[in-house]
Ligand binder design. Sequence first.
Ligand code: CP
Ligand code: NVA
Length: 324
Amino acid sequence: MNKDAVEAKPMASLFHPDQVLKISGTDLLCDLDLTNDEVAYLLDLASHVKRAPKDYAQAFAGKSIGMLFEKPSLRTKLTFQLAIGQMGGDSVFCEGPIGVREPLKDIARNLDRWVNGIVARVYAQTTVEELAHWSSVPIINALSDAYHPCQALADVLTIREHFGSLAGRKLAFIGDGNNVAQSLMLTAVRLGMDFALGCPQGYLPDPDVVAQAEGLAAVSGATIQITHDAGTAIDSAHAVYTDVWASMGQEQEAAERKKAFHNYQVNEELFSQARPDAVFMHCLPAKRGEEVTDSVMESSRSVVFEQAENRLHAQKALLLMMLT
Ligand code: CP
Ligand code: NVA
């Protein structure tokens, strides 16, 4: 019998659009604003939404979100707009510095009157925290200098789809201990995945975030390895992840970072040290020839566009859990 046919019934009743589990907090400012159970539920809901998008076509009818972006975006902007539109809601978008033309606390209290939730892409983490303080509607962090929680959710969904499970798999992140790495570390280890970071000296993640991840790993039984040797990090990995060496806002450090990271390129030689069935992952946009070669990006083991697609489904699940 077709396995999907067996699963379809219980899944459909578990994820009825009117009975979606609500998240316990108000905002998603960092990954830890979701509990382990909420992440697990979100992944299942995202899979269901992906399989049966029409079931949710009216879930957002009459609702709207405001999107405030201080930094450029392709994937995050378009997938949030599509997610809301495909569920019958509306979005409005505003790009530019937050808190310059008028105080942040006024911006938050204007949007409050118009929308049901705010999706914000910012430089400082304190900007989303302040928005949350002044706003009565939920705030979703759509990337800050510290975290990228929406990306991490789509990424673990992608790994689960590919391998069928997460616990016991190894995720190796090669490169900067940045926002994407920090969110992935927190999200992966709470789901029981081993996490290894291969990172040059001076570009380690925030020690407080590492300590939080170690706490989560102690509960789930996952391991965390942080090393300056890319080969050690990548050894036996199921998924090999990298991101740009200079993130948005670090453009002036690009030349210096290029030197610091030159041994951390994910090329065919380094990638061959992972498991033979390992997948290559990148949040995108990628700089081919820097953190990854064109051949690895374009290889049959690259799942970068699956990740991009899953941004849509994971964010639909998130919006359903936060705003309906
Ligand atoms: N991965 C990601 O967040 O892409 P954008 O910067 O294009 O939104
Ligand atoms: N670390 C990158 C991620 C882009 C999606 C940045 O912050 O620019």
